[in-house]
Ligand binder design. Structure first.
Ligand code: EPZ
Length: 423
């Protein structure tokens, strides 16, 4: 397991190009299985989760060629014959559960391992399963696997309300319905850009989906879908993460290229309250930090609200703000594993129920800290770049799941991050 050794503080100056989105690419890869011909996806990031999902898809007999230097993925489902996704792969990455919708959509059956834990435990999939049953797909649970099947070629469909609005359940139900449900309505559907992009790709493949971009999707089955050339979105969470990195560092002047600012929803509104200089055009964002950061309290919401995937990074930023701020997490019950680690660096954060209270400004001092999940880990890297002295971030494999070439991108604009094998 590798670790990062980070020297700080290091203002960030220069340009970073944004990679393709992990969370948008995964549904597109699953959708490719529904095509009667090969699909080519552009702007696919070289990330552990992509490699993992490539292997999950290959288990079915589908051919997957990843032209890494071009970030291009070619998926040819012609020989798809094995409708299973095994536990030893699904447990590595929850989004493998999208294979349920993709395989039911393509083959009318699937045997998919439940992602870690049970259907109703932490990070549940109960909405996925209830939605498929409402659609008319039979669902059985057997020794940690979901067995899904349909009688005949199609199901009646129906109407299902997601409560809460779930990105993954929306993706899975759309994948299952486009070739199978006479008419299926998803109410309180997720509107995240990842869902809109998936629906746009399926429409290009020949699917019949109404209400794209709204919280009510109506899907009517079509008999066949064709493979397409399609481009992934740039990663909105990587974009927000680097915006925060620049704002944290006095003397920073960072330009992000290849962005899609419209995918950031209301995040720029909160960002502007910091008192930094923010210039946004249709593909670039420039951040010039100021000497003082204003405390800005936020609550995470579904799109277009403040993204939960930027919550940990925002808390780290608020350790440098002049005053107290409150960060409320409304999507997950407990997404604060980074708090004790940040406090080891000298921050002053206190968790109260689903809220973290941040007292700023605190001078951060380098120390050894532990990564626990993807977004918590990157918030520790941001902190290490501001902290005086040396910070060691352990178990950076969490980062390799979701940030392409992170240390190279940051070192190119002034950071000092060394990756070393952890003995
Ligand atoms: C997606 O996860 C993202 N992952 C997450 O990003 C992101 O945090 C999340 O959406 C919210 O935006 C991918 O796209 C691969 P949800 P997902 O279903 O689909 C509850 C990252 O860091 N729920 O929208 O799993 C659930 O417990 C990852 O890149 C149910 O109750 O999230 C949560 O409280 C982390 N039952 C809420 O809904 C269900 O059946 C939202 O979860 C499903 C979800």
């Amino acid at each position: 397991m590798d670790k990062f050794i980070i020297e700080g503080p290091t203002p960030l100056k220069g340009t970073i190009s944004i990679s393709g989105s992990k969370n948008a690419a995964l549904p597109l890869m699953a959708a490719a299985l529904l095509g009667d011909s090969p699909t080519t996806l552009q702007l696919v990031p070289k990330l552990q989760d992509i490699y993992t999902f490539n292997n999950v898809i290959r288990v079915t007999g589908t051919r997957v060629d990843f032209h890494e230097t071009e970030n291009k993925l070619v998926i040819d489902p012609a020989n798809l014959g094995f409708t299973e996704a095994p536990y030893d792969l699904v447990r590595k990455m929850r989004a493998s559960f999208y294979m349920l919708g993709a395989l039911v959509g393509r083959a009318g059956e699937a045997r998919i391992s439940l992602p870690g834990g049970c259907a109703w435990g932490p990070r549940p999939v109960d909405l996925h399963l209830k939605g498929f049953e409402e659609m008319g797909i039979s669902i059985e649970l057997d020794k940690g696997y979901v067995m899904a099947s349909i009688q005949g070629d199609e199901v009646e469909g129906g109407e299902f309300t997601l409560n809460p609005s779930s990105v993954g359940a929306t993706v899975n139900l759309v994948l299952g319905a486009v070739k199978r449900a006479k008419k299926f309505v998803i109410k309180n559907a997720a509107k995240e850009p990842d869902v809109v992009l998936l629906c746009n790709m399926l429409t290009k493949m020949g699917a019949n989906i109404e209400g794209i971009g709204t919280s009510e999707l109506t899907i009517r089955k079509v008999d066949s879908l064709k493979g397409v050339e399609f481009s992934n979105d740039p990663d909105r969470i990587e974009t927000g993460t680097f915006m925060i990195a620049a704002a944290m560092q006095p003397g920073s002047d960072l330009t992000l290229t290849g962005c899609k600012p419209s995918d950031l929803g209301e995040f720029p509104k909160s960002f502007k309250k910091l008192g930094v200089i923010l210039d946004i055009n249709d593909t670039e964002i420039r951040i010039q930090s100021s000497s003082a950061i204003k405390p800005v309290s936020i609550s995470t919401e579904v799109y277009p609200g403040f993204p939960t995937d930027l919550q940990a990074q925002w808390a780290t930023l608020m350790t440098q703000a002049d005053g107290e701020s409150r960060i409320t997490e409304k999507i997950y019950f407990d997404r604060f594993s980074y708090v004790p680690e940040l406090n080891r660096l000298g921050a002053d954060l206190r968790v109260e129920k689903n809220r973290v209270i941040v007292k700023g400004k605190t001078e951060l001092e380098g120390a050894a800290v532990m990564s626990t999940d993807l977004r918590a880990s990157v918030s520790l890297v941001l902190a290490g770049m501001v902290a005086k002295g040396t910070t060691e971030v352990l178990r950076v494999y969490h980062l390799d799941r979701g940030y392409e070439n992170l240390e190279h991108k940051l070192n190119a604009v002034g950071a000092s991050i060394k990756r070393v094998a952890e003995n």
